[in-house]
Ligand binder design. Structure first.
Ligand code: ZN
Length: 90
């Protein structure tokens, strides 16, 4: 870029005056929790008052996955900081 083309502070400021992010819009779910519009509720798994996500099964799956990952890390010997915690858990 040539110096002639360089934007001055005023120009940059005017351009950036439209860059501000607005807050996330939230809607109240029937369960009382806040959820994003056009999305299923994260806490009860309903959309338009119908259950579309099995929240309990999801939570259980998450626990299973973290357990399996920790087990794999321990088996591979990569979890150096977890080795100190092992005697406490067992
Ligand atoms: Zn809900």
């Amino acid at each position: 870029m040539v110096v002639r083309m360089r934007a001055n502070r005023s120009k940059s400021g005017k351009r950036r005056s439209h860059h501000a992010l607005s807050g996330m819009r939230m809607a109240a779910c029937v369960c009382g929790a806040l959820r994003r519009p056009h999305r299923a509720c994260a806490s009860c798994g309903t959309y338009r008052e119908r259950v579309v996500v099995d929240v309990v099964a999801r939570a259980e799956r998450g626990v299973r996955r973290t357990k399996r990952k920790q087990k794999e890390l321990r088996a591979s010997g990569q979890a150096a900081e977890n080795k100190e915690k092992e005697p406490q858990t067992q």
